[in-house]
Design a protein around this ligand. Structure first.
Ligand SMILES: Cc1cc2nc3c(=O)[nH]c(=O)nc-3n(C[C@H](O)[C@H](O)[C@H](O)COP(=O)(O)OP(=O)(O)OC[C@H]3O[C@@H](n4cnc5c(N)ncnc54)[C@H](O)[C@@H]3O)c2cc1C
Length: 523
């Protein structure tokens, strides 16, 4: 097995049957990609090398995830308790949105189902029917077991019996992004990925094709490869700078372009959810880890100065800041293509969507998996059909997430605040306008085969942002009205009773994967 420090052959040709893959960048994107490819590709056919610069470093944020990450870790064969212990991870059952519709209002986007289908008809149709008939059926939130666990600060692993209400949710993690990248680095280098530390200062291209051929380090070493994965972060060194792929700008819908991030001590009790609180010029996050809490303010520089944002963040946090707030700059959008020639962008080099729904790590995961599936073979590294399919999937992922994020902003009633007024007046993308109209008319939600988000996620945010159905699918009328009342009351009671018997999230963490001597500080 190669050691991390072993000298690398520079400029030597690849073995004829072995494709040499370079991953440029060692942030979350670089190491997730390296781990996935080293796990999935046959080692006899592919050689994997990752180049990263300690001097440049990584963005070092990205602490909240979606349940898909568990599928990724399981695919790698990562032991959950070990991974959670080493990354300071906690459980995430959803996101609590505070003040997004109206100041003071709150709702959960839980990682679980709302209700259950009756007579083969999705639950929201029954709920909409009962509501429209004037029945006191409450909020959709009352029909989510995951939401009940969030409110109780409770957690247990989902039941395996698919008929049990205790099986109707999934979970994700909050973790320390730097520790996760370190974890994957150890994992991937132990499985043959070679790591080179150094800064790339120039890129050599084949004049006849325009394809990337070499990376030159500041030390003068020249690295020759066949295929290049650009995980260089916002710099987008290969796909942006070298291949010149244009940027699609989405800032008219998502104008936040700055974030300030700051850690505080661990909160007690330990919530099993992320909190996103709307503020005058954006929103703040709170992400509870085992050993500390991640906090940040995502804001638009058109509506607040950095000094004002700094004050807002320090007033919003619970407990003293453990460091000076760190500023990050970005823009919402994506590269028109992520795969160009013999280069593929994964991570921030491919695009950026603000972390409101914790989607960036999911985008890395899906791109790494798509690349493994569509990986070119020696002699055909720039197959345009593979590139076109990768780009099609990648664009669908980004565009669908964009619509979901924009929904949180345009459907607000925070009148008198310039950012929120401007966004409410903004025309949504056509694809989002259609989804809102369909839900209003008939309680129908998008039904995607590929990409985020699922029915339950749309339901949570539609209702939470005050978009309510004015009709429903008439197949729901198959359930007699008096039976519908009885079933809805029984479901609410079943959720409440079951949730009341579950232990606390903090106890689960201590028993499952608690790290040593982690001090709790009062919230
Ligand atoms: C404020 C904020 C909050 C976020 N929160 C979340 C969240 O909660 N959940 C989520 O899923 N995502 C979140 N994200 C996104 C997440 O942080 C990123 O998707 C993730 O960290 C991946 O980053 P990356 O690896 O693409 O880039 P980076 O971390 O920037 O890594 C880039 C790598 O490229 C290397 N590099 C660059 N140039 C060179 C060079 N010339 N030579 C050699 N090496 C080079 C660097 O050394 C580094 O190793 C957040 C992002 C921001 C900005």
């Amino acid at each position: 097995m190669p050691s991390e420090d072993a000298p690398y052959r520079t400029n030597a040709p690849s073995e004829p049957e072995r494709l040499r893959l370079f991953i440029l960048g060692g942030g979350t994107a670089g190491w997730m990609t390296a781990a996935a490819l080293s796990r999935l590709l046959p080692p006899a056919a592919y050689e994997l090398v990752l180049v990263e610069s300690d001097r440049i470093g990584t963005v070092g944020v990205g602490e909240a995830t979606l349940p898909h990450i568990k599928v990724f870790n399981d695919r790698l064969g990562i032991d959950e308790a070990d991974f959670m212990r080493q990354t300071g991870a906690t459980i995430k059952l959803g996101i609590e949105f505070v003040g997004w519709d109206l100041p003071g209002g709150r709702y959960l986007h839980p990682f679980g189902t709302f209700g259950e289908p009756w007579a083969g008809v999705d639950f929201q149709h029954h709920w909409a029917r009962a509501r429209l008939a004037g029945k006191p059926v409450g909020s959709l939130q009352d029909y989510s077991y995951a939401a009940a666990l969030c409110r109780a600060g409770a957690f247990e692993l989902p039941a395996e019996d698919r008929k049990s209400i205790r099986s109707t949710y999934a979970y994700a993690y909050h973790f320390d992004a730097g520790l996760y990248a370190d974890y994957l680095r150890r994992w991937a280098t132990a499985r043959g990925v070679r790591r080179i530390e150094g800064e790339i200062v120039s890129v050599g291209k084949r004049p006849e094709t325009g394809h990337v051929e070499t990376l030159t380090l500041r030390s003068g070493a020249v690295l020759a490869g066949d295929f290049f994965i650009d995980c260089s972060g916002f710099r987008s060194l290969l796909v942006g700078d070298e291949m010149g792929v244009p940027w699609q700008d989405w800032s008219r819908w998502l104008p936040c372009d700055r974030a300030l991030a700051v850690p505080t001590g661990r909160t007690a009790p330990l919530p099993p959810f992320t909190r996103a609180t709307a503020r005058k010029a954006g929103w703040t996050w709170r992400i509870p880890l085992q050993h500390r809490t991640g906090n940040g303010y995502v804001f638009s520089s058109q509506f607040a100065s950095e000094e004002q944002a700094h004050d807002t963040l320090l007033r919003a946090i619970e407990g003293p800041a453990l460091a000076e707030p760190r500023l990050l700059r970005f823009a919402a959008g994506r590269r028109e293509k992520a795969w160009a020639g013999n280069c593929v962008a994964i991570g921030l080099s491919a695009g950026f969507l603000e972390p409101l729904e914790s989607t960036s790590i999911f985008l890395i995961q899906s791109a790494a998996m798509d690349l493994a599936t569509l990986m070119p073979v020696p002699g055909r590294v720039a197959d345009p059909r593979l590139a076109a399919e990768f780009n099609r999937r990648n664009a669908i992922h980004y565009d669908r997430i964009r619509d979901f994020l924009v929904l949180h902003y345009i459907a607000n009633r925070r009148t008198g605040e310039p950012l929120w007024d401007a966004l409410r007046d903004q025309e949504p993308p056509d694809s989002l306008a259609d989804k809102i109209a369909l839900f209003r008319a008939a309680a129908q939600t998008p039904d995607y085969e590929l990409g985020l988000f699922s029915r339950d996620s749309w339901l949570a945010v539609f209702e939470g942002q005050g978009i309510l159905p004015e009709g429903y699918g008439r197949l729901a009328d198959a359930v007699p009205a008096d039976e519908l009342d009885r079933r809805m009351a029984a479901l609410r009671a079943r959720i409440a009773e079951n949730a009341a018997g579950v232990g606390s999230h903090a106890d689960f963490i201590a028993g499952h994967c608690g790290a040593d001597d982690r001090q709790a500080v009062p919230a």
